[in-house]
Design a protein around this ligand. Structure first.
Ligand code: SF4
Ligand code: SF4
Length: 539
């Protein structure tokens, strides 16, 4: 079957054959990539027991139903959840956005070319931004509107529903990075990201179905242990001691990182992934804030030291539980505001979405919450920390987090900072609010079950790979080290993937890291560079 011939009803096909098979020669071409690792089919032991029938990949890996009752249960659960999605009592948080998107799409397809997943895949129909949206729209009309059952083709409800449709639909919700680039170009302000997110929510909240790294090990781990990484408060304190030692080794400075300081101006919350994978990032924050005289604190309370909130990607209740705990901690500490470290989804959660989950009449909602990027610019602009840009005398480019740049419009501060400290900075094209997602957005960066990482590297991260290679095309020789700035923990995970999978460090000496490390690297009073340009990761 040709990729353009796939119809909505093919999602209900009862065979296990994937609707599409990805082939490297059909994917978007990427100049200077060279020979890339081949795409492998799922091993027999997986495909015999789990569902791979969307595209030969599995983000969730639903076990194949063993009997008719299990199949019927999937359909019943889906229909029950679908009804709740469109019920104001059950979905007061996001129903308006969902309705706008289901009601106003005029099928012009302007959004398709804006989507990196659709384009990178070689324009596979099943990845078109409107594909899963149209299926949800038709299913809703068929089962929840008058006339849907009897006059289905007349009222736009012509669609089959069986367990295969259910299984493929939930997998397809995890082929969208929730980057909202499609929404930006839509003449009707329709937001297909909302549909992907609400489908995820339907399955997670109603049926307990979702990717284990986000919900089994992620959110629930967060609520239980204190962090999505499983780090306990005691483990967090030990990590802080390690970072203080590391700062001493890197800078010769003895810095005590403030914990649980009452009345500080700022509660700083990092994504806990930083502590495990990139501890130099919170370390650089500590060095910079110390030098700038910022009166801040971290929290060592259960949940308070981890800004991750995977509920954002598909579970309103878990989103609210974690966000509430963060805001209560901030109130108890008596800080003036909360600043989120280099993490896009945490910034979106606390600066935007929390206000939707906790309406304005709750007293916790009056606490100011900000991204760290404008604060960086205030520090750099003020001149309070002496910086020498020649210490960063290597080519750099800047990847924008979709949540920060497109959703929140924070585009200039990170550029002002970068231009002030990095003489060989060059932009990616496009950039800022028009950027492309790193491909790790909406939780993808940590989803490594089954063969999902292969799909991510080949499809969702492909456009960013192309942008990085284009940004450095004048200096690709391996004698020049190059640095991709990604001021977001999740995006750094994607950079690690891209650089490792395509061997961009080995071939071209391209590496990546945060923005605050680059600022600290330019500090004139440090005896040696803070940054060691090397590749932190493997294939
Ligand atoms: S979502 Fe917007 S851009 Fe895409 S087809 Fe619908 S109306 Fe057109
Ligand atoms: S939100 Fe991003 S990944 Fe999802 S359909 Fe739109 S452009 Fe594609």
């Amino acid at each position: 079957m040709g990729k353009k011939d796939i119809t909505f009803n093919d999602m209900a096909r009862l065979d296990d054959e994937p609707l599409i098979s990805l082939r490297i020669e059909e994917l978007m071409s990427v100049p200077n990539l060279g020979v890339e690792p081949p795409i492998q089919p799922p091993p027999e032991k997986w495909s015999a027991n789990y569902d791979f029938s969307l595209d030969g990949h599995a983000a969730i890996g639903l076990p194949k139903p063993k009997n008719e009752e299990e199949k019927a249960r999937l359909v019943r659960g889906f229909l029950s959840g679908l009804g709740k999605l469109f019920d104001p009592q059950n979905n007061w948080t996001f129903l308006k956005l969902l309705k706008l998107t289901t009601d106003y799409c005029m099928r012009c397809q302007t959004c398709s070319e804006a989507c990196h997943v659709y384009m990178a895949s070689g324009q596979q129909e099943i990845y078109r931004p409107t594909f899963r949206s149209e299926i949800l729209r038709r299913l809703y009309k068929r089962y929840y509107t008058p006339g849907g059952k009897l006059l289905k083709s007349l009222v736009g409800a012509d669609i089959d529903l069986n367990y295969k449709m259910v299984v493929r639909l939930v997998e397809s919700a995890y082929r969208c990075n929730m980057c909202r680039r499609c929404a930006q170009v839509c003449p009707m302000a329709v937001d297909n990201m909302v549909i992907a997110r609400e489908i995820r929510k339907l399955f997670n909240q109603e049926m307990g179905i979702g990717p284990t790294p986000l919900f089994g090990k992620g959110t629930r781990n967060h609520l239980k242990t204190g962090s999505s990484t499983g780090m306990s408060p005691a483990g967090f304190k030990e990590t802080i001691e390690f970072i203080e030692d590391d700062i001493g080794d890197r800078t010769g400075k003895k810095i005590k990182i403030p914990l649980d300081k009452k009345g500080a101006d700022i509660l700083l919350i990092h994504n806990a992934g930083e502590y495990l994978s990139w501890p130099e990032n919170p370390g650089a924050f500590a060095v910079l804030f110390d030098a700038a005289g910022i009166n801040y604190t971290l929290s060592s309370e259960h949940i308070g030291y981890d800004g991750v909130n995977y509920g954002l990607f598909c579970d309103d209740a878990e989103l609210a539980r974690i966000a509430l705990k963060h805001l209560v901690i901030a109130k108890q500490l008596g800080v003036r505001k909360v600043v989120i470290g280099e993490c896009g989804h945490a910034t979106k959660t606390y600066c935007v979405i929390t206000d939707r989950v906790f309406p304005g009449d709750l007293s916790i909602s009056d606490l100011p919450r900000e991204s760290c990027l404008p604060l960086f610019w205030e520090i750099v602009k003020s001149g309070v920390v002496k910086l020498d840009p020649s210490r960063n005398n290597f080519p750099t480019t800047l990847h924008d987090s979709c949540n920060i740049a497109r959703l929140m419009g924070i585009v200039r501060p990170q550029r002002y900072v970068t231009r002030a400290i990095s003489p060989k900075f060059r932009e990616m094209t496009p950039n800022g609010a028009n950027n492309y997602c790193c491909g790790g957005g909406s939780g993808f960066a940590i989803m490594n079950d089954f063969n999902f990482a292969q799909w991510r590297k080949k499809v969702s991260e492909r456009m960013k790979t192309k942008q990085i290679l284009e940004a450095f095309k004048d200096c690709l020789d391996p004698g020049t080290e190059k640095y991709v700035i990604a001021a977001c923990s999740n995006c750094k995970g994607a950079m690690r993937d891209i650089i490792g999978h395509y061997k961009l460090w080995d071939k071209y000496r391209i590496t990546y890291g945060g923005l605050v490390e680059l600022i600290v690297n330019a500090m004139v009073d440090l005896p040696k560079p803070f940054l060691e340009l090397e590749f932190m990761g493997s294939e």
